[in-house]
Design a protein around this ligand. Structure first.
Ligand code: 4NP
Length: 156
């Protein structure tokens, strides 16, 4: 992103179904990336679920382990459900797969300000990030998320 002035603050909300695997992984990968680039004052980053099932729960242990393999902690994270108000609070609402996007749009109404994207869009790919809750492929998910977050950071 090319708008890093003193007053620039980009607010990003990552969203998945449960907020215990993919979106918290994206939240903490992105926080790690911006910190390493010295841009932590230019970003406000959170994650949320489209469902209520996991509300209040910590990140799923295999996702915690995958992040810790890369030196990233997410110990403080607890799942929360996104709200319609999040559309006002954030500049980007970033889902993981088509189904998330459908439900996000159901929650917010219409995406009148073009804030809603799939994460892999920022890697130049029309790709879903499949749910590791079902696939078990946390390493593959990490790779996709790292690529998407890098693309988000570097976009024009
Ligand atoms: P996530 O994975 O959407 O990547 O957090 C899931 C976690 C929990 C459930 C589904 C997906 N669940 O049905 O409880």
């Amino acid at each position: 992103m090319q708008f890093f002035g003193e007053k620039t603050m980009i607010k990003v909300l990552f969203v998945c179904l449960g907020n215990i695997c993919r979106s918290p992984m994206a939240e903490f990968v992105m926080k790690d990336l911006v910190k390493k680039e010295g841009l932590q004052d230019n970003f406000y980053i959170e994650s949320a679920a489209t469902s209520y099932e996991e509300c209040g729960n910590p990140v799923y242990p295999p996702a915690v382990r995958e992040l810790s393999k890369h030196g990233i902690s997410c110990a403080e994270k607890r799942a929360r459900t996104m709200t319609k108000d999040d559309y006002k609070r954030f500049d980007y609402i970033i889902g993981m797969e088509d189904r998330n996007i459908t439900i996000i749009k159901r929650i917010i109404g219409a995406d009148t300000e073009n804030k809603v994207y799939k994460l892999m869009h920022f890697a130049g790919k029309d790709e879903d990030i499949a749910d590791p809750w079902y696939t078990g492929d946390f390493e593959g998910v990490y790779k996709q998320i790292a690529e998407g977050c890098r693309g988000l950071l570097e976009m024009d």
